[in-house]
Design a binder for this molecule. Structure first.
Ligand SMILES: Cc1cc2nc3c(=O)[nH]c(=O)nc-3n(C[C@H](O)[C@H](O)[C@H](O)COP(=O)(O)O)c2cc1C
Length: 211
């Protein structure tokens, strides 16, 4: 079965390289509307979506993002920074920010655009984190948290990452303990080598090994 929603879910892939073609206001509005209609804990809607079109600000953000694919932040004609206010939802503010991010990524996909979810949220809210750096660039108040940056635009090329087989993910009625299969992602540097030296403090530290 493949209706338009399922098709957008299936076809969405992260994009690293974007064309410079601007995103129209109509398309941007459709994407933001999808964020607005995302579910949130007790419908608190604790979010703010900052649309960044300014080239200089995007470049600063790109420099602050230490991820492998930071080029997407600079190259995309616009980025949406998804912020949440934990005072409005102290329990599920992270999930709230992620439902909005995913809704917007799927909306973009459904209208012929592409995105690249950059996860900037720092679980320990560390001083030198990417989250803090980008918050400063965008003048986001201290109490707000930054969940993601979503570069949006027309893709030049898309990655074609695969997924685990459904049979590995699906149990009936109860969790089934089974032998864990080898990771399906390509590991360039064994995770064990990283773990031996210290417990990773952030997702960023693991990223080069998981590309
Ligand atoms: C919570 C979250 C954080 C992510 N953070 C990053 C990131 O910092 N940098 C990046 O290049 N991609 C990031 N991604 C994109 C994933 O790498 C990507 O979705 C995954 O490899 C699957 O590929 P696909 O999106 O093409 O299906 C993130 C995705 C999620 C859901």
């Amino acid at each position: 079965m493949l209706n338009p929603v399922l098709k957008a879910i299936r076809d969405r892939r992260s994009t690293v390289n974007f064309k410079s073609t601007p995103v129209t206001d109509e398309n941007l509005n459709a994407i933001l509307e999808a964020g607005r209609w995302a579910p949130s804990w007790t419908n608190t809607q604790p979010w703010r979506f900052i649309v960044v079109r300014d080239e200089k600000i995007k470049e600063k953000m790109s420099n602050a993002v230490s991820t492998f694919f930071k080029i997407s932040v600079k190259e995309a004609p616009l980025c949406i920074a998804v912020c949440v206010n934990p005072e409005e939802d102290p329990f599920h503010f992270v999930e709230d920010g992620t439902t909005a991010t995913q809704n917007m990524a799927l909306a973009a996909q459904s209208i012929g655009l592409s995105t690249n979810w950059i996860g900037v949220f720092s679980i320990r809210d560390e001083k030198n984190s990417t989250e803090r750096k980008v918050k400063e660039i965008l003048k986001i108040p201290k109490k707000w948290r930054l969940i993601s940056i979503l570069p949006v635009g027309i893709p030049i090329s898309k990655q074609r990452k695969k997924r685990k087989d459904l049979s590995e993910l699906f149990d009936l009625n109860m969790f089934e303990v089974r032998e864990e299969k080898a990771k399906s992602v390509k590991i360039e540097k064994p995770l064990d080598a990283i773990k031996k030296t210290h417990v990773p403090r952030s997702a960023r530290e693991l990223e080069p090994a998981l590309v």
